[in-house]
Design a protein around this ligand. Structure first.
Ligand code: NIG
Ligand code: FE
Length: 414
């Protein structure tokens, strides 16, 4: 039976089915089927139920089978916030940070993001492709089947396009699906020092139209932060991008409380990310508009900053997603197990909330929850199998990668 796959006898089949994004108590509704099974045809899930049910209703003879006895089956993880296309490293800056220097101080001295911009501008496409492939392999091995990837290490037309084109080529070459985001407003390049609003105009006039015309990005993101881009500048850029069909995302309230969360709600952004210093008003507004809050605990950990108030946000009704923020500066890790551990132990999220945050709500954060994020009939067959019987092992086995098999679009990819 060409193109079919039968997965049977999962100790737990966690479907994450339901409406999206999930808010409040719904984040705990992950739907667990004991002795679960599913059938895939080509890249799509065509049946989900108990093993007994599917054996009764479907002729599975001659179908390739995966026996998941003693294992837990889940939707593939979605890493909804990464900056994975870059050259060079900042290990030295990290050692300075270990000695107490602050991320923002390094940035103000011309290090930080600009350091990576210099190496990424110099790198040729092939080098970026090779680096990207290695990084995608690491992600896939941890059960990640879709990522969001941001540009923003070019800050000029040529390099921003180069980064986005690399993502497009990686999409052809690798199983991990990539949702590209244009983040030309990631820092103020030296050419525009002290002229941030002119730089925003440059992005709007010269870069955005090219990005939109060549359909290289689905979203536009901006580092809305003190000393980087103001709320006024961020609003202007994101609204211009919306006019060209790009959804909005924001790096909001990461280092100081600037009102990024409020702006996200005001302009109908799909998500606001980081939110370490979100205000009570920001929480209220995001809850009202169901803007997804993408939380990045590995960044807070790496920066020795307080974690985002996840409990408060979930209880207030903000749909929460979790992601790695993989980047060479504030958080050089793509470790999903680390994110899970921090979410459970430091942010007090339940195992079920964490799974929702890495599947359905992460899918909503990349605008794809109608297609991915749960194991339901009609959805894309992005599936992971854990070497343990229950989802409860994910936070319990701190920092361990428990993923033994990854299926992307119906094919075993790892
Ligand atoms: O999400 N805050 C801005 N951007 C990244 C860091 C990028 C970098 O340091 O290279 C972040 O933390
Ligand atoms: Fe980021």
């Amino acid at each position: 039976m060409e193109g079919k796959l039968f997965i049977k006898h999962a100790h737990e089949l966690v479907t994450c089915a339901g409406s999206f994004p999930k808010i409040g108590k719904e984040m705990n509704d992950i739907e667990i089927i004991h002795d679960g099974a599913l059938i895939v045809e080509n890249d799509t899930i065509i049946a989900v139920g108990t093993t007994a049910e599917l054996l009764q209703t479907h002729n599975v003879q001659d179908m390739p089978v995966i026996d998941a006895t003693g294992k837990c089956v889940l939707p593939g993880f979605i890493d909804a916030h990464t900056h994975f296309v870059f050259a060079g490293d900042r290990s030295e800056e990290f050692s300075w940070r270990l000695n107490g220097m602050r991320y923002i101080d390094i940035m103000e001295r011309g290090g930080g993001i600009m350091n990576t911009v210099r190496s990424t501008r110099k790198a040729d496409k092939n080098e970026l492709l090779q680096l990207g492939l290695t990084r995608l392999n690491n992600m896939l091995a941890m059960g990640v089947t879709t990522i969001e990837g941001k540009s923003g290490y070019g800050l000029d037309l040529e390099t921003e396009i180069k980064q986005l084109e690399v993502m497009k080529e990686l999409q052809q070459a690798h199983a991990v699906e990539i949702v590209p985001t244009f983040m030309g407003a990631h820092a103020i390049p030296p050419e525009y020092k002290g002229r941030s609003s002119e730089f925003i105009d440059y992005l709007i006039d010269e870069v955005l139209p090219v990005v939109a015309k060549s359909k290289l990005a689905a979203f536009c993101d901006v580092f809305c932060e003190q000393g980087v881009f103001s709320v006024v500048e961020s609003r202007k850029l994101l609204l211009a991008a919306q006019k060209l069909g790009l959804g909005s995302k924001l790096h909001a309230d990461e280092i100081v409380q600037l009102g990024g969360a409020e702006l996200a709600a005001e302009i109908g952004a799909v998500s606001a990310e980081h939110l370490l210093h979100i205000s009570d008003q920001g929480i209220e507004r995001m809850a009202a508009t169901k803007t997804v809050g993408v939380l990045l605990p590995a960044t807070a950990f790496s920066l020795r900053e307080p974690f985002a108030p996840a409990r408060k946000m979930i209880d207030a009704g903000i749909p929460i997603a979790l992601a790695t923020d993989f980047n060479p500066g504030s958080c050089y890790t793509s470790s999903i197990p680390l994110v899970i551990a921090l979410a459970a132990l430091s942010m007090h999220m339940t195992p079920a909330e964490i799974i929702t945050a890495l599947t359905m709500n992460a899918a909503a954060a990349v605008g794809a929850a109608d297609r991915i994020g749960s194991l339901e009939v009609g959805k894309q067959a992005d599936i992971i199998i854990l070497e343990e019987p229950s989802h409860l092992f994910l936070p319990y086995r701190v920092g361990m990668n428990l993923v033994s098999t990854v299926i992307k679009k119906g094919k075993v990819a790892w």
